[in-house]
Design a protein around this ligand. Structure first.
Ligand code: HEM
Length: 462
């Protein structure tokens, strides 16, 4: 339902003709719809969709359009040249976003194309097979550290687990204390993107104003940069061959067509750490939350793990773990870790019958599209079987896009699915996790979609 200050304007049904701007709610002067978004990000989009499939909303300095129909989501994601990734220039003073300006998530045009072309083979299934044992070993180590009966903060456990898998895959040696520097930076980034605790005044403060939050953030990022720089230097000085992403990237230096500068390698490593760490940790956290609420599904995952695996999972088992795969996909539908994708119209265009002026920011809220009853029966229910191929064939292509789509589709998608298909069956076989905290926590939209409170579970080792 639409509340009073968000009610649709008369006649704004979402079926405007070309030339009309999309409909949308009224906002406050200066802050636009920021207060509604911050109060309840997901609820905000549930209210916006009442205005149609292409809806206008406003934030400080930003004119945006939210898109809810899969066909239009596809138009945007596939419409390179008309839509580019939003590079957050308008927020430059608010968020110190220049984390990895030459990494794959911020470059555009030819530079991005060249980078993607050269990095893509590193993420092919054949290359990734080598990371199977890093995934198994880190998971076994995590379980071994748990005591029977201990209460765990599951989101933190998974955050460490995915960070350790990723750092071992990026740099194939023990990072020791340096892993903490990386974890701190990842935490600070996450906190910086969490606007839920901010007042309107703080929201408008630029990041160079030395608030406590900004100082802590700058310190963590400086330490992070320095650590990554020394890791690259150490590797250059050490000719031994390691089986990791860093080696794969340094090998590119011998490529005559293309060689990466230190700055680029540094930015890519940071990009992979940021893009691949919390996303996968959240996928695991929400998968386990859903399994704890759905014991039958939990049972099926365990049965499959016992049937398919006679030891630790390897890349060869992946195609057989179909129940696990459907469970993970359904968790990514209900709780898509990226939450929302961002684009910018770089020329005037038309979308869903509406005029989209050049410079308009485009928001693609996965959590709203993924739970639209036009594409999913009983969308709030956890039903992994909806991902059986015979049932998903009729769905529009972009009704489900947890890894995005089109040219910028997640480069780490196979890596992430491989992690989920290693970790979930190992856990299902080895431990029972009993939910202690709320079965239905609120979620916040930070750098990733996050539970608003810790997900706590008691571990039982049968
Ligand atoms: C469950 C885990 C993950 C989810 C849900 C996820 C989600 C996404 C999404 C939705 C995008 C598209 C963003 C856009 O179009 O604007 C994306 C892009 C990206 N992801 Fe992931 N991701 C995950 C894991 C990973 C991992 C493990 C890595 C690296 C090791 C990674 C690296 C990247 C990079 C570099 C991009 C940018 C690609 C480009 O623009 O060419 N992601 N991810």
């Amino acid at each position: 339902m639409v509340d009073d200050d968000m009610g649709p304007e008369t006649g704004a049904s979402g079926s405007g003709g070309t030339g009309d701007l999309p409909p949308g709610p009224d906002g406050l002067p200066i802050l636009g719809n920021t207060h509604q978004y911050i109060k309840q990000p997901i609820g905000f989009f549930d209210e916006l969709i009442e205005y149609g499939d292409v809806v206008h909303c406003e934030f400080p300095r930003i004119d945006a359009v939210a898109v809810f129909h899969p066909d239009y989501v596809g138009d945007v994601l596939l419409g390179q040249g008309t839509y580019e990734r939003w590079n957050f220039d308008e927020l430059k003073d608010l968020l110190d976003y220049e984390i990895a300006p030459r990494g794959l998530t911020f470059t555009r045009g030819d530079e991005w194309k060249r980078q993607r072309h050269f990095l893509q083979p590193m993420f092919g299934l054949d290359r990734l097979k080598g990371f199977s044992s890093a995934m198994t070993t880190a998971t076994e180590r995590m379980i071994a550290a748990w005591d029977d009966g201990e209460e765990l903060v599951l989101n933190e456990e998974f955050s460490w687990l995915t960070l350790s898998i990723l750092t071992n895959s990026l740099f194939d040696f023990d990072l020791g204390e340096r892993r903490q520097v990386i974890a701190d930076a990842a935490d600070e980034l996450q906190a910086m993107a969490d606007m839920s605790g901010l007042s309107a005044v703080e929201l408008l403060l630029p990041s160079w104003i030395p608030t406590h939050r900004n100082r802590r953030y700058s310190r963590a990022m400086d330490a992070f940069d320095a650590t990554v720089e020394t890791l690259i230097e150490e590797r250059r000085a050490n000719p031994e061959r390691y089986d990791d992403f860093l080696t794969m990237m340094l090998e590119k230096e011998d490529d005559h067509e293309y060689s990466m500068s230190d700055e680029e390698i540094h930015d890519h490593l940071i990009t992979f750490l940021i893009a691949g760490h919390e996303t996968t940790a959240m996928a695991l956290t929400f998968t386990w939350l859903l399994l704890a609420r759905n014991p039958e599904a939990r049972e099926r995952v365990e049965t499959e793990a016992k049937t398919v695996l006679d030891g630790p999972p390897t890349a060869a088992h992946l195609s057989e773990l179909t129940v696990t795969e459907r469970v993970a996909k359904e968790a990514l539908r209900l709780y898509p870790p990226a939450g929302m994708l961002f684009r910018e119209a770089v020329e005037e265009t038309e979308l869903g019958g509406y005029r989209i002026p050049e410079g308009t920011k485009i928001l693609l809220p996965q959590f709203t599209v993924h739970t639209d009853d036009r594409w999913f029966d009983a969308p709030e229910e956890f039903r992994p079987a909806r991902f059986r191929s015979e049932r998903s064939d009729d769905r529009p292509d972009f009704a489900y896009f947890p890894f995005g789509g089109g040219p910028h589709q997640c480069i780490g998608m196979h890596f992430a699915m491989m992690e989920l298909k290693h970790i979930i069956p190992i856990l299902a076989r080895r431990v029972d996790l009993e939910l202690v905290s709320s079965p239905t926590p609120d979620v916040n939209m930070e750098l990733t979609l996050q539970p608003a409170e810790d997900v706590r579970m008691r571990v039982h080792k049968p």
